[in-house]
Design a protein around this ligand. Structure first.
Ligand SMILES: O=CC(=O)O
Length: 371
């Protein structure tokens, strides 16, 4: 393994934009059939370094901060066979650092799929292995947003707890689990793929009996799948594909778990938020671009909805203390850590590496995005 490509070898060269850690990097040891170049520092890969190293490479393994855009494809040239992203998302929003005052809703992809397909380059990604980790954190966000975790943790960490006088209804929020005294809870999913289904599975033991979802309008009904889910979970009484309008009006918790990109941009906008129940909670663990941040901040400050739990925010990571959502006490924000469990990240890194090597040697990728 080396950190520059000055060798004269004719072996295919792969560029890896981050050290993948002690559990995964050893998989490359003893590989004499490939020249490996790894960004040598423990930080985001420098763009200039990447564009230099990728010249003549057969494969590149990258993650969100790095863009596989036109400039990268041009720098790599015709030798490039595979781009392997250590993520399930490939249409992530990416923005260069900008000031809040210059915030715009413009978004671009972290992988330029048009360039990729025009050049016949394969794309490896990491679906499935992160489903459980993201579903776990999605449920955690629903609980945190409902039960005021943001403002109460802040109370403790700012040293204000001693000043707080216990009161019967202080910091109370809506309960997710169903009580005999309360009506059955309905959850709504914008997008009903693997992560949504895994989230629903975790919520059924909370007493959730009704689930609504929306799907890509071009996708056919998934009647067999829904019948199988219902028969597997006898306490779930309803599982129905509905319009976004019905979902907003009927759900106690709305989970945003659809892919990013232009077609889903601001799916949750002011009109959607105005239809939601007053005690409902919005959770977004997919892409920031799906939710209009300004509309959500207004919904929270004017009390149209109860709270929000976000793992992703439009314009991340440039979310600073003056961001309107950071200022909202009922908004819990995590810095895009949905898949960040040790086990999952090892699995993702391993899959990304296997995708990379398979692509370089013209083999079938373990997880290829068929575009
Ligand atoms: O957001 C995380 C991913 O796409 O893997």
């Amino acid at each position: 393994m080396q950190s520059s490509h000055l060798s004269t070898t004719t072996k295919p060269r792969v560029v890896i934009c981050r050290n993948l850690g002690p559990d995964v990097m050893p998989l490359l040891e003893g590989r004499s059939d490939v020249e490996v170049v790894v960004w040598p520092e423990d930080s985001s890969c420098d763009r200039k370094w990447l564009l230099e190293q990728v010249r003549g490479a057969a494969g590149v393994l990258l993650m969100f901060p790095e863009k596989a855009d036109k400039a990268l494809f041009e720098a790599a040239g015709p030798s490039l066979r595979v781009v392997s992203t250590m993520s399930v998302g490939y249409g992530a929003q990416f923005r260069p650092p900008i000031k809040l005052s210059q915030r715009s809703t413009r978004s671009t992809e972290h992988i330029d799929l048009t360039e990729l397909t025009n050049r016949g380059v394969k794309l490896g990604y990491t679906p499935d292995v992160l489903t459980d980790a993201v579903a776990d954190i999605t449920v955690m966000l629903a609980l945190m947003a409902s039960r005021n975790a943001g403002s109460t943790i802040n109370l403790v960490q700012s040293g204000e707890w001693p000043k707080f006088r216990w009161a019967p209804f202080a910091f109370c929020g809506p309960q997710i689990s169903t009580l005999p005294s309360s009506p059955d809870r309905t959850v709504g999913f914008l997008g009903f793929g693997r992560i949504s289904q895994a989230t629903l599975k975790r919520l059924i033991p909370f007493g959730i009996t009704s689930c609504l979802y929306t799907a890509n309008p071009h996708s056919p009904p998934a009647t067999d799948r829904d019948t199988a889910i219902l028969s597997h979970h006898p306490t779930l009484k309803t599982l129905r594909r509905v319009t976004a309008d019905e979902l907003a009006r009927s759900s106690d918790i709305v989970f945003v778990l659809a892919p990013g990109g232009e077609s889903t941009k601001h799916l949750v906008d002011e009109a959607f938020l105005r239809k939601m129940k007053k005690h409902s909670v919005l959770v977004n663990a997919s892409r920031g671009t799906l939710v209009d941040s300004d509309a959500l901040a207004k919904a929270l400050s004017e009390g149209w909805i109860w709270g929000a739990g976000l793992d992703v925010v439009e314009g991340e990571p440039n979310i600073t203390l003056d961001h309107p959502l950071v200022k909202e006490p009922r908004c819990v924000i995590l810095p895009h850590i949905g898949s960040a469990s040790i086990e999952t990240r090892i699995d993702m890194a391993t899959l990304a590496l296997n995708n990379l090597l398979a692509g370089v040697f013209g083999e079938e990728l373990p997880a290829e995005l068929k575009i």
